[in-house]
Design a protein around this ligand. Structure first.
Ligand code: PAF
Length: 314
């Protein structure tokens, strides 16, 4: 199995490194500075939670999008708001063969699969959801700031026949490299569960500029997080998007496992980049409107994050 990772930010670089460590042939396509580094690149992973590091080499640096055709599994590790333009380009350049390729999405947030489905109705979509925390210190050096869980599974049950072996191999290589990875048959639910967790952590950390752990320690931050999660849970329950899921304990568990992490939304704000707020709290507010559930806390935090984006140079 050959895996191509599109987007070598924090999560893309972390994933590339663990896959290579697990014996997979990996290529990356990125617009970042490492794109100019030549035909192969290396990644160093510094693990904060176990105070050690590892280094992998021989990651092929793809020169352009056309080279993706040579790979079997295409991991889109770009931000949620970039997925549509990336898949449009793949479509316009005729790069994807539905008989050969599987597309995997690993972003935070809701509704991202629709962009892939719009351009590629027949390509199997694999969904990954992870609570690992990562921070790209510089191109090729990623800090693994929180050891979380990764769930993998196909998005549409009827489209996965024949691809199970590939999915098993993917899980096995991540596990052998030291990640906690599991297959899940209910990825739609897992993605909602993760969105609820992100809704309760990401904007709070981003607004108050604190690592995840502080949200549990500072009473007022914890109560804002609880309000966001309570609304998200009400929407998800009414829409039957989740079953037997306790969002409050899930947020606590993820915060404890990633206490040192500056969440991805905070990293975006600090780097003057657009955030994924519209796919997280924004998507929860929109689902609330459809289901006639009010979500004032989520609406307010979406507006504040948009304000921060506007004032931090986006
Ligand atoms: O977006 C993030 O940063 C991550 O999804 C998580 C798990 C909240 C850790 O910070």
């Amino acid at each position: 199995m050959k895996v191509c990772i599109v987007g070598a930010g924090s999560l893309g670089s972390l994933l590339a490194a663990y896959l290579v460590k697990g014996g997979v042939t990996v290529g990356v396509l990125t617009r970042g500075p490492q794109a100019a580094a030549g035909k192969s690149c290396a990644v160093e992973v510094r693990r904060v939670f176990s105070n050690d590091s590892f280094h992998v080499e021989n990651i092929t640096n793809l020169g352009n999008m056309k080279e993706i055709s040579d790979y079997d599994l295409i991991f889109l590790a770009v931000k949620a708001f970039d997925v549509l333009s990336v898949v449009k380009k793949m479509h316009d350049d005729n790069i994807i063969d539905p008989a050969r390729h599987v597309m995997c999405l690993i972003q935070n947030g809701l509704g991202i699969e629709d962009s892939v489905r719009f351009y590629f109705p027949r390509v199997p979509i694999l969904r990954a959801s992870t609570t690992n925390g990562a921070l790209l210190e510089q191109p090729g050096v990623v800090k693994h700031t929180g050891s979380g869980e990764t769930f993998l599974g196909f998005w549409d049950a009827e489209k996965h026949a024949g691809w199970e072996t590939m999915l098993d191999a993917l899980r096995d290589s991540l596990v052998s490299a030291g990640l906690h990875a599991e297959l899940a048959s209910n990825m739609r639910q897992k993605v909602w569960e993760k969105a609820i967790v992100n809704a309760g952590i990401n904007p709070v950390g981003a607004i108050f500029k604190v690592p995840n752990g502080r949200i549990l320690e500072i009473g007022s931050l914890k109560s804002i997080s609880d309000k966001l999660v309570g609304e998200a849970m009400a929407v998800a329950r009414k829409g039957k998007f989740i079953e037997k899921f306790d969002g409050f304990s899930a947020v606590k568990k993820v915060i404890e496992a990633t206490a040192a992490n500056r969440n991805s939304m905070l990293q975006d704000i600090e780097k003057g980049r657009k955030t994924e707020i519209d796919f997280i709290n924004g998507a929860i507010s929109r689902a609330g409107i459809e289901l006639h559930i009010t979500t004032p806390w989520n609406d307010a935090l979406v507006a504040i994050i948009h304000g921060l984006e506007a004032t931090c140079g986006v």
